[in-house]
Structures are given as structure tokens and as C-alpha cells.
Design a binder for this molecule. Structure first.
Ligand SMILES: *Cc1c(COP(=O)(O)O)cnc(C)c1O
Length: 413
């Protein structure tokens, strides 16, 4: 039965069920499978340990002290100031907290409001494929076309096909480049020369850039996160998005922010105003506190650096286990995730692809992961190229990962 245009969106992201309703996402399906089979869930990326106690206390106190009514539309001043100070401290980006920073309901709302504000039917959004699953859905909601540029696995990690990027940017109707670095699902961190290619394509074809940097602080092995807004000619055409969830292990708080030139931030605010109006009043002072922590000498000052170092160790633990089990990992330098080419295991078990492997994995060894195909467009060359690739999260305790590694060993030939 047809109930509305949502069905076109659902079809675009492969979630339209035969009866006209929606199918659950692969993440929901796999989490349910993990629960039903008692498997270790390395599918969905959320930490099994909360962020700093002092940050929780600020939120709890705000709630008890009556910070419970609508906060200011753009976000509480302390948080906007903390975001501006963070961008200055880490990247040398100067922002006016009153006109160039907007607080949103997670990075998710910032992305949705930015795209709804900036693109429409007849226009195109260019993004790297595979991509965070919300991108395709939001682009479909705007009525714009999604044009993808392959990220190609190599010994140097997943690298963008820059010739394809230039060609995509040159297409008529291309309006926004939607970037994500450090990148989910691949763990890739875009290099300065790759970002320079993005910047020159954006300038040459007068594109806006919306950049999702929620893993900005979670990079490993000395990999440097370079915000694309810091490249020459980019500040005036870039909206930079981040949030508290990943950096501070509070994925359920859903406080995010977008920063950039006042006219673009104003455009996002105009949409955000009528999506959610405002976001989580008592959480906002706590997030301001979290961002400011590293400027103090309190016990949690080193939280983020400690988290990144700990994630790097946990990545190593998982990568070693995956390799021992016959899965060939693609190097990644950030985020919560690592991708592995499971061709050998797929073949050894007579399966069709990574999708089939992920459905069989709970029975084969008691572990759950998600196929990279979930982050691609149906029928795209990238889906075909990555049909044997699987994404695993390592944002779980070392004990949980050690158990997963023991179980994965059952796959070894
Ligand atoms: C988790 C995630 C988000 C969502 O961030 P929220 O702040 O929870 O809305 C956005 N982009 C990427 C790449 C993510 O991994």
C-alpha cells in the first residue's frame, strides 16, 4: 500500500518491504541476531563504557538545577563558545560563536538540516562510497541525486579515486560535496593532498562542502585530521559538523554542532528551527564542559587522548584476531571501525558474499558484524568491488574483543 513519498526514500536506500512498509536496517537485523544467538556484537558502533564522570555530573546537576526548558535556538552560549575555542585550539579556525556556530540534535540533524537547506531536486550531492548510511536517506529526502566516488582498498588503506571525484564535481547540478573524515565505515583518514584535490574541485565548480568530522579526535598512528575548512579558499564554502557522541563516548546524548560562514550557518538554522527547534537543554552545559576539559588540569583533562590511544590498542587486538582467522584487514587510522576482505572465508564456507557471511557468522563462530554493502548503493561498482568486505567495530572492552577473537579463530582454515 502506498502511504507517501517516504516509500520513494525507503526504496532509494533499499528498505522498502514488499508490502509497502519498511524493512529493518541491517544494523537492527544484526543486533537482533546477536541477541538471539548470544553472539559478540561487533556490528553497531557504540562504546560499552560511558565517557567522563565529571561530564555526567554537569548534566545531572543542570537537570536537577532546572535547566529543563527551551534553550536558545542556536544553542547555549557556553557550548557555542566551547566549540569555537576547540576549533581555534586544534585547527586555528576562528569562529564567531554567535553567528558561525549552531548546536544541533547530534551530527545527524546537522547533516540533514544542511542538505535540506542547500540542495533540492535537479541538483546532486557528491559523496565517497561506501558512506555512512544516513547520507543516502537524507539525500533522498532532499529530492537531489546522490553521486558517489569510490573509496578503493589498498595497502595504504581506502583511498578516494580522485579522477572520479573531479568528474563527479564537474557534473551539471553538482552542488554539495558531502565529505566524511575520519571515515565510517573504512577508518580511512583523508590526507592533506587528497583534501587539496577536493578543495580544488570545489573551487573550480563552485561547490559547497559539508564535512562530517565526528571522529576528528579519534585518529591513530600519528595520522593527522585536517579539517577541509582549513585549506585555501575553503572556509567560505564549508560547513563543518561534529558532535559529542564519538569523541566523549556519549552516543545517546545526541548533541552536535555545525560551524562555518554566517550565511551558510544561517541557512542551516532556518531548517533546524522547524525540525527540532532546539536540542537537549541539560546536556549542552555538560558538552561545553567536556570540550573545555583538555584546557584544565583536572583528572579528565586527558580523556580524549586516552580514548584514542586505547582505541588504537583495541584496533590492533581485533586486527590481529581477524588476520589469524583468515580475514584480510584494510589498514585504517581512525574511528571505531576496521574493514576486512573476507573472500577466503566466504569461499571456504561456500557462501555467496559478505552479506551471506554476516548472516552465517553467529552460527559459524558467535560473532556479529555488518557487510560493507550496507554502506553502498544498490548496483554500484563499489558494491560489487566490496561484496566480500565486512565492517567490524572495536569500540568494545578489551575483554569483549578478546572473546570475539577467540571465537573468530573457529573460522580459520
Ligand atoms: C555516528 C555517526 C554520526 C552520527 O552522529 P550523532 O552525533 O550521533 O548524530 C554521523 N556521522 C558518522 C560518520 C557517524 O559515524
Amino acid at each position: 500500500m502506498r502511504t507517501g513519498p517516504w516509500q520513494d526514500v525507503a526504496r532509494a536506500v533499499g528498505l522498502l518491504a514488499p508490502d509497502g512498509g519498511t524493512r529493518p536496517t541491517i544494523f537492527a537485523e544484526m543486533s537482533a541476531l546477536a541477541l538471539a544467538t548470544g553472539s559478540v556484537n561487533l556490528g553497531q558502533g557504540f562504546p560499552d563504557e560511558d565517557g567522563p564522570e565529571s561530564v555526567k555530573q554537569v548534566a545531572a546537576r543542570a537537570l536537577l538545577d532546572g535547566v529543563n526548558q527551551y534553550p536558545p535556538g542556536p544553542g547555549v552560549p557556553a557550548l557555542r563558545q566551547a566549540v569555537a575555542a576547540h576549533q581555534q585550539r586544534h585547527y586555528g579556525i576562528e569562529l564567531d560563536p554567535d553567528t558561525e556556530v549552531l548546536v544541533t540534535t547530534g551530527a545527524t540533524e546537522a547533516i540533514a538540516a544542511a542538505l535540506l537547506a542547500l540542495v533540492g531536486p535537479g541538483e546532486a550531492v557528491v559523496t565517497l562510497e561506501p558512506f555512512y548510511d544516513a547520507y543516502a536517506a537524507v539525500v533522498a529526502l532532499t529530492g537531489a541525486e546522490l553521486v558517489t566516488v569510490p573509496l578503493v582498498p589498498s595497502a595504504e588503506g581506502f583511498r578516494p579515486d580522485l579522477a572520479a571525484l573531479r568528474a563527479a564535481a564537474a557534473r551539471t547540478g553538482a552542488r554539495v560535496l558531502l565529505l566524511n573524515s575520519p571515515h565510517n565505515p573504512t577508518g580511512s583518514v583523508l590526507r592533506r593532498e587528497e583534501l587539496a584535490a577536493v578543495a580544488s574541485a570545489a573551487v573550480a565548480h563552485d561547490l559547497l562542502v559539508v564535512t562530517d568530522e565526528v571522529y576528528e579526535r579519534l585518529t591513530f598512528d600519528g595520522a593527522e585530521h585536517v579539517p577541509v575548512a582549513t585549506l585555501p579558499g575553503m572556509r567560505e564554502r564549508t560547513l563543518t559538523i561534529s558532535s559529542v557522541g564519538k569523541t566523549f563516548s556519549f552516543t545517546g546524548w545526541k548533541i552536535g554542532w555545525v560551524s562555518g560562514p554566517a550565511d551558510l550557518v544561517d541557512a542551516v538554522r532556518a531548517v533546524k528551527q522547524f525540525l527540532t527547534y532546539v536540542s537537549g537543554a541539560p546536556f549542552q552545559p555538560a558538552v561545553a564542559h567536556a570540550l573545555d576539559l583538555e584546557t584544565t588540569d583536572g583528572p579528565d583533562a586527558g580523556f580524549v587522548a586516552g580514548l584514542a590511544a586505547s582505541l588504537a590498542r583495541r584496533r590492533d587486538l581485533l586486527v590481529e584476531g581477524l588476520e589469524a582467522a583468515g580475514l584480510r584487514t584494510v589498514p585504517g587510522e581512525g574511528t571505531y571501525f576496521v574493514v576486512a576482505d573476507a573472500s577466503d572465508v566466504v569461499e571456504a564456507h561456500g557462501l555467496a558474499d559478505a552479506d551471506a557471511l554476516c548472516r552465517a557468522l553467529p552460527d559459524l563462530c558467535g560473532v556479529v558484524a555488518v557487510p560493507v554493502s550496507a554502506f553502498t548503493v544498490a548496483g554500484s561498482p563499489t558494491r560489487e568491488a566490496l561484496r566480500h568486505h565486512v565492517r567490524f567495530t572495536f569500540t568494545k572492552s578489551e575483554a569483549t574483543l578478546a572473546e570475539a577473537v577467540r571465537r573468530l579463530a573457529r573460522l580459520a582454515p
